[in-house]
Design a protein around this ligand. Structure first.
Ligand code: ADP
Length: 498
């Protein structure tokens, strides 16, 4: 049973106003140079929420110039590290104070359940800022015992003006993953939000300025990829680029970076993550976790467990129960209490997902649940489960980025290891077993940047995240994220003046 259609047709009025729609350059909200705007839409209805300033190359130039000035003239990179730390801590406090406002804006613009935004994502953003505040005054170099009569030390310096491009699936978390390490290390930033979800980063950035961030340190550009995004990726005065998005766009920005000034690039891209249910699994628990691994955030996770591999001994029971669980999933207005799944982000993703569902049916997978749109307004899709999925089907190979679970049967560990790794992606993997030997074998054999054992989507600020293979370059969060935003300078001095 799904939520009633009327709940979907009559959207709940969002408990928040849109106060910031302009570009944030040099600490000021300003119009785009072209004075153009674009509409950001409510995924529940397709209606316009607000018209937002549309930044393009000229605005990126202005923002980069402001970030360059803030970097070269300070105070940010030269500020005492504990001062930067205090600003990030004050920001975390303000995030908590404005928790529900940030969450409501996120839900309105993105369509994700308000309960999830308010209880998980916004608190995680505050946690991220505290985590990186903790690093700010603990970043330092080494003294190096080199051969010869020299005093050798390394200085860990901020890399400079950083360009950051983020996607729409977790607008505030992606914002936090990007700005946290860059700010802690003393860099300045031009961040481009996704055109589908420009609103929450503007509100959050206003709070960050209220917390004491000097003007020009963080500039936020709303706008489109091929214009604003490409201008940032190819800018000659941007010293580093961090990108999260699709693998195809990742290839474009890497080329733009190489063709311009060879700025180093970190990439967090797509995935087709295996979730492996072993023969010893408690089937009820495995069903629930595999369901979460795929359907969380409307299935719009780069690390979604989108290939559910189930051992043949528990396969039939698993399929039956997964179908029942999907049919029970509460789909409806994301502002309603108890909603587990809201609408997809936009019409493009919606149509793409429906296309994958059709291909699953055409290729002979068994449709167990769902299989189409829900209601007749907005971008809602019924939780969909396919069983009898074969490795070569499109739904088992390509990233669907929607509420479509593909269940595949396997016989033994060697078989599943080989099949799980037979993908150009390597972002994440899940393993469900009580057997320590099995867990050890799988965690070592799977070629993925994260292996979750008996859990999934655990995203603490301290845990590094990133991909093998075509899922990306580099790691975000955790200690590893700092090196993306630092230069190492070796300073060599003779012990005695010659
Ligand atoms: P999706 O298909 O999920 O929207 P994209 O990779 O296209 O993912 O988008 C992720 C981010 O990359 C967004 O902020 C988008 O505007 C930006 N983007 C898209 N195309 C380009 C491009 N050619 N150059 C730079 N950024 C881009």
């Amino acid at each position: 049973k799904y939520s009633t259609a009327s709940a979907i047709e009559e959207p709940v009025s969002p408990p928040v106003q849109v106060n910031y729609t302009q570009l944030l350059i040099n600490g000021q909200f300003v119009k785009a140079a072209s004075e153009k705007t674009f509409p950001t839409l409510d995924p529940r209805t397709g209606d316009v929420i607000a018209h937002v300033a549309e930044g393009d190359a000229e605005d990126v130039n202005r923002a980069v110039a402001s970030a360059r000035k803030a970097f070269d003239e300070g105070p940010w990179p030269k500020m005492a590290a504990y001062e930067r730390q205090r600003i990030l801590l004050r920001f975390a406090d303000l995030i908590e104070k404005h928790n529900d406002e940030l969450a409501a804006l996120e839900t309105w613009d993105n369509g994700k359940p308000f309960e999830q935004a308010a209880k998980i994502e916004v608190p995680m953003l505050a946690r991220l800022m505290r985590y990186y505040a903790g690093w700010a005054d603990k970043i330092h170099g080494l003294t190096v015992p080199a051969d010869g009569p020299y005093h050798v030390q390394t200085l860990h310096e901020p890399i400079g003006v950083t360009g950051q491009i983020i996607p729409w699936n977790f607008p505030l978390l992606m914002y936090g993953w990007k700005i946290g390490p860059a700010l802690a290390c003393g860099n300045t930033i031009v961040l481009k939000t996704a055109e589908q979800t420009p609103l929450s980063a503007l509100l959050a950035s206003n709070l960050l300025h209220e917390a004491g961030l000097p003007p020009g340190v963080l500039n936020v550009i709303s706008g489109f990829g091929p214009t604003a995004g490409a201008a940032l990726a190819s800018h000659m005065d941007v010293d580093k680029l961090a990108f999260t998005g699709s693998t195809s766009t990742g290839k474009i920005v890497l080329q733009l970076a190489a063709r311009s000034n060879l700025k180093p690039v970190t990439l967090e891209l797509g995935g087709k993550s295996p979730f492996i249910i072993c023969e010893d699994a408690d089937v009820d628990k495995a069903v629930e976790l595999a369901h979460f691994a795929l359907f969380f955030n409307q299935g719009q996770c780069c690390c979604a467990g989108s290939r559910t591999f189930v051992h043949e001994r528990v396969y039939d029971e698993f399929v039956e129960k997964s179908k029942a669980r999907a049919l029970k999933r509460a789909v409806g207005d994301p502002f309603k209490v108890g909603t587990e799944q809201g609408p997809q982000i936009d019409t493009e993703q919606f149509e793409k997902i429906l296309g994958y569902i059709r291909s699953g049916v055409e290729n002979g997978a068994t449709l167990e649940a769902g299989g189409g749109r829900l209601g007749n307004k907005g971008f809602y899709i019924k939780p969909t489960v396919f069983s009898n999925v074969k490795d070569d089907m499109l739904i088992a190979r390509e990233e669907i980025f929607g509420p479509v679970q593909s269940i595949l049967k396997y016989k033994d560990l060697d078989d599943v290891i080989h099949r799980a790794n037979s993908t150009p992606y390597g972002l994440a993997a899940g393993v469900f077993t009580q057997n320590l030997d099995t867990a050890n074998t799988l965690t070592r054999a799977l070629r993925a940047g994260t292996v979750w054992v008996n859990c999934f989507d655990t995203f603490d600020a301290a845990i590094p995240f990133g991909g093998y293979k075509m899922s990306g370059h580099g790691r975000e969060k955790g200690i590893y994220s700092l090196s993306n935003y630092l230069q190492v300078k070796a300073v060599v001095t003779p012990l005695k003046n010659p």
